[in-house]
Design a protein around this ligand. Sequence first.
Ligand SMILES: Cc1cc2nc3c(=O)[nH]c(=O)nc-3n(C[C@H](O)[C@H](O)[C@H](O)COP(=O)(O)OP(=O)(O)OC[C@H]3O[C@@H](n4cnc5c(N)ncnc54)[C@H](O)[C@@H]3O)c2cc1C
Length: 329
Amino acid sequence: MGDIDREIMVIAEIDEEGTPTRLTLELLGLGRGLAPPEGGVSALVLGSGVEKACSELASRGAERVFFLDRPELTPYNPEVWTPLLEAFLRERSPALVLAGHTPLGQDLLPRLAFSLEAGLVTDCVGVRAREGGLLFTKPVYGGNALAGMRITTPLALATVRARVGEALPASGPGGELLPLDLDPPAEAGMAVRERHRLEASECPLEEARVVVSGGRGMGGEEGFKILRELARLLGGAVGASRPPVDAGWAPTTCQVGITGKVVAPDLYIAVAISGSSQHLSGMGDSGKIVAINRDPEAYIFQVSDYGVVGDWREVLPAFLSKVKELAAE
Ligand SMILES: Cc1cc2nc3c(=O)[nH]c(=O)nc-3n(C[C@H](O)[C@H](O)[C@H](O)COP(=O)(O)OP(=O)(O)OC[C@H]3O[C@@H](n4cnc5c(N)ncnc54)[C@H](O)[C@@H]3O)c2cc1C
């Protein structure tokens, strides 16, 4: 155990059904492993209609759930959230604030770090308590190396990838629910004008247990149809390397990699992807990696658990029909 001596605070994300995301529950589990006996782990919830989520967080590891339930807080607007969280964190003075390495966490934590003059490590794949404090681990050089980092400011902030922590099972009513007495700012310079729902089969990638990704070798939009069908049958999501996204065969939200999303599914199927370091840094933490590529020398085979050397036009239809057969049994 290191010398972390104050509370760990997890900034919760709530999905459209009003449930905490899996990553939020994992962060509570991670926080519980790091927390001091005194102080423990708290969750911080901003949003509207958050009652159900707060109870779940309280029963899944949060000793305290601080919440502010106001319509102005949904959808996320950094100009509304940042001053509220800044005021709360200044007063509460935790040792560590954890958020998911999600679009929200990536947008919010740098803003908070700046206004609170706190140290920040983004995209962590590990947070461990060591003598002398916490050690944060993150991939660097396009995922080719891991860097260990410490934060020396009194408050530390970190965004963490999925599957780093383990969600705790629900146990009883759990922690206390504590409403916050804070008013959102009356005006914000930024407003959300429109929201577009993505097709269910295309996202959310970060939460998917199975990801079927296509690369440049798919040759066009047509190729992605078969990937969608396979993803649907396997209950997963479709991903892509950068070239298909640049070419418009797949939406930007599907891109996996250093400038795309970071995924950690149980199964990652990489079809016609060569395995560049920029792509690997987004999917290297997947449980099992299966590669389909016609080039036996493709680098992706060096990082995959199973590989099929062949043209996807032959391999995928056969694979798909086998999956259908098994699904029908
Ligand atoms: C700053 C920067 C950021 C980047 N960020 C990202 C990122 O976030 N994500 C990302 O993915 N890339 C990113 N890239 C691009 C990256 O460097 C690679 O160019 C890219 O990942 C290659 O994609 P690919 O594997 O699909 O294509 P290629 O490298 O062209 O590989 C295509 C593969 O398909 C195989 N193939 C072709 N036809 C078939 C077939 N019929 N059947 C089976 N196999 C076939 C080929 O053998 C080959 O291995 C970034 C690059 C830069 C410079």
